[in-house]
Design a protein around this ligand. Structure first.
Ligand SMILES: Cc1ncc(COP(=O)(O)O)c(C=O)c1O
Length: 428
């Protein structure tokens, strides 16, 4: 069921192996920035995706498009699972699923027994937050305004059920590396009963990327555990899980890795398994396995079985090249509007603090309705699709999420549209 790289690259997609070698690999001596600008190469990558015809799609944050060779592999897997049902499920599918899990573990740089598949990031993070058993009366948990709504709710509800206190902070805006670190340091110092902090690696609201390693190290020094929401960072920026210094991580593979919808995973560092309670549906025989910490039932097996093909596609491009390209798409539009008097760009240019996603706010447009109107105007007057995001303490915004299917012309069109639209829609 797994796809080998040659099949992927030389199949119907005609994504021939030689041109696929990324510009970073081909031009080892060239700067990464220059390689990311190799438009002929990136046009071939973008051509692997079926883009919507009627709009410039700059809202790729909801989920990621599968590249055409991955989609083809998924269609084959669906057909096989549908045709062979239990004849396959009981005679070999387990082995193929284990191969997919091993492949993912090696991609992440962790042991196979430290990860388990889930259907999405929500399922993984709910299991981690709900199962975390080191909180109770006399302890506190911390989250921030930029965390994902359902993760904030999970943390608040878990704290209530276990009798712990909840602390919420607002992250600084404009954000800088030092100001973000200082915000967490101040919260850790002010609340000595803290036992758990929820961090979101890349915010789905503004695109802000947290210096996770530094915050998690600071937390650990005070005996505070970190649960990390990596829903948006895996595949958007290049790292391996151990780089983050976090024991509990939830993420999906259907945003930036380009796997079919319904593929996520949960990571628990092997030595920390006992800090997460087993799932209610699990029996005691499996307590030593991470699989006992989330119990999903029947899932879209074809989606899981397609994961190796998605990882092959990503590997053919290479993680550093991919990250560099995504950053270039973001930098290109940001550079054109950064100093515009009617536009606030909500991530700093410090590369430690953003990936591909960056939100903006038109002057004094701080309500959800204001930002819905801005996104609507971008769509109706300029054919550019984005999305408004609320929940930011300083006010709502519009999120821009380019992906590998986009071109520089797409983000240039956005910058031009913003220059026309911002003076018209700014308030005050
Ligand atoms: C920051 C963040 N966390 C969690 C999630 C939930 O991910 P999933 O839809 O895979 O459950 C999302 C989805 O957009 C997200 O942006």
């Amino acid at each position: 069921m797994s796809i080998d790289r040659r099949t992927l690259l030389t199949g119907a997609a005609a994504f021939a192996a030689a041109p696929l070698a990324s510009p970073l690999a081909r031009a080892a001596s060239a700067s990464q920035g220059a390689a990311a600008q190799d438009e002929a190469y990136w046009a071939r990558v973008a051509a692997q995706y079926d883009r919507p015809e009627s709009v410039i799609q700059l809202e790729n944050g909801n989920w990621g498009m599968m590249a055409r060779p991955v989609l083809a592999q998924y269609q084959q897997a669906v057909a096989r699972v549908n045709r062979d049902t239990s004849f396959y499920a009981r005679r070999g599918m387990g082995r193929d699923l284990m191969a997919a899990q091993q492949r993912l573990a090696s991609h992440l740089g962790v042991a196979t027994n430290e990860i388990v598949f889930t259907r999405n990031a929500t399922e993984a993070l709910k299991s981690l937050i709900g199962g975390y058993n080191r909180i109770g009366p006399g302890t506190a948990v911390l989250h921030a305004d930029l965390d994902y709504d359902s993760m904030q709710a999970s943390l608040v509800n878990a704290a209530r059920l276990r009798g712990a206190r909840v602390v919420k902070i607002d992250l600084p805006e404009p954000a800088t590396h030092d100001a973000v670190l200082a915000a967490y340091a101040a919260a850790f110092a002010a609340h000595r009963d803290l036992k758990l902090v929820l961090l979101t690696h890349i915010s789905h609201r503004t695109g802000l990327m947290l210096p996770v390693r530094a915050i998690a190290d600071m937390a650990r020094a005070r005996g505070i555990d970190t649960i990390l929401d990596a829903a948006h960072s895996l595949g958007q920026v290049d790292y391996r899980l151990p780089d983050l210094g976090v024991d509990f991580i939830g993420f999906n593979l259907h945003k930036w890795i380009g796997a079919p919808l319904g593929v996520g995973a949960m990571y628990i560092r092997a030595e920390r398994l006992d800090a997460i309670d087993p799932d209610l549906a699990d029996d005691h025989a499996k307590l030593e396995s991470i699989a006992s910490r989330v119990h999903t039932g029947t899932v879209d097996f074809a989606a899981l079985l397609t994961l190796p093909a998605a990882l092959d596609f990503q590997a053919a491009i290479g993680a550093p090249a991919r990250e560099q390209r995504l950053r270039s798409l973001r930098d290109r539009w940001v550079r054109q509007v950064r100093t515009h008097p009617d536009i606030a760009v909500l991530t700093p240019d410090d590369p430690r603090m953003h990936g591909a996603i960056t939100s903006f706010r038109v002057r004094r447009c701080t309500s959800d309705a204001d930002n819905r109107a801005v996104a609507q105007a971008l769509l109706e007057s300029h054919g550019i699709f984005t999305v408004q995001r609320g929940g930011v303490a300083a006010g709502a915004c519009v999120r821009v999420t380019p992906a590998l299917c986009n071109t520089m012309a797409d983000v240039d069109a956005l910058a031009k549209a913003l220059q026309e639209l911002a003076p018209r829609m700014a308030k005050g």
